[in-house]
Design a protein around this ligand. Sequence first.
Ligand code: SIN
Length: 485
Amino acid sequence: MRAGPVTHADVAVVGAGAAGLFTALTAAAAGGRVALVSATPLARTASYWAQGGLAAALAEGDSPEAHLADTERAGRRLTRRSAAEVLVREAPERVRELEGLGVRFDADRHGDLALGLEGGHSIRRVVHAGGSATGRRVVRQLSALAVQHPNVDVLEGARATALWTGDDGACRGLVLEDGRALATRAVVLCTGGTAALWERTTNPPGSLGSGLLLARRAGARLADLELMQFHPTAVAGVRGREGFLVTEAIRGEGATLHGADGERFVDELAPRDEVAQAVVAEMRRTGSPSVGLDMTAIDPALFPNVVSSLREAGLDPTTQPIPVAPAAHYGMGGIVTDLQGRSTVGGLYAVGETACTGLHGANRLASNSLTECCVFGRRAGLAALDDPLPAGAATPPTAQPLPTPGRETRDALWRHAGLERSRDGLATLQLDPYPLARLIGACALLREESRGAHLRTDFPERDPALDHHHTIVAPGAAPCFEQWD
Ligand code: SIN
């Protein structure tokens, strides 16, 4: 396709989930001209479906230090401490900022923020909006603000198909599928993760890693692609609701997991990797395709959208156990970024699930991700305004369609890079037609140990020599380890 007209903005934000919206609003409030590029209509992103809340040390008796300790414990000696420190320190301010922007979080009977408990947290620390409708509420409110903001141009139904790099290798804008180009100081990729590359997933179909492919083509480094978190309680064996997430917050209120014999088999509030692996072991032990989530003692009014979705599927959570099994949920890896969201390519940033700061280690702590979107979105939105305007005239590159994965890729990732992996299966991914599947397989092959979400049946132990070692994919090189402190 021939290059189309060029328009100018200070910052182009690609993706309109929580990370993209928060980044865009921050940059716009600081006086920047922002182009917000969204392939889907606003408020239809993965964040929209997020049932978890935002983790922040707001309770009396809680502290950023305790939040940090829980984040590191869940991360299985792979958490990058500097990134986690930023998150826990700035999380309470971002929750207050969201309230200032009009997001109404759930309150207790005294009018204080109601704090929920989720797996791996040592204290009630998670704010929700509308029970399990937090993502929806946050994204709706921020979308409304973005649409009204005089400094934000919303480009709905627009898909970024190439990053525009200058002779110096720095990113100076992007090209859309229809050939239009945007010349900018900086591009911030907030395109979500890769979980929809797995056949069984809690994510909407668009979570295919498009931002990672764009960044890689532009020369950026990626990290930790093998670290896919599997959520333990996604609906299983129910037509029309396969993979539907039943939020961990329900277990925080007392819902329990039971095997085919009716017995409990795991601490339901252990970190997510432990619960997911226990569910798989239980399914194998009993030969059942799911375990039962008993939420009959839970007040359905607390989680209205989960309860109504289950009822629409013919399941009554007030009287019967819900069949659940793990599904791909959240990628801890992504585009390597520093604490301001800067990638290894000048002028190119990433925030949220698209990015890898190292914050989540090998197993993200529940509800740290919406918090991350706001904490690092604010940092990136401000930092991006300090990038220089692109110098001189230049012609944008021609639009190059991104590859799309077929059904065979989704089957192969589920089969060979699922909760349990081994060398032989991972090796077959090296022949997959979808480039990210090959990279995921290569990173998983390199990590010859089991840690967090990455369980290698041929290397079942954690290798202490790999503590704090991240798998790095750099252009033109085989994946290698790098130590991040
Ligand atoms: C959940 O609500 O269980 C998911 C939230 C998250 O992924 O943190």
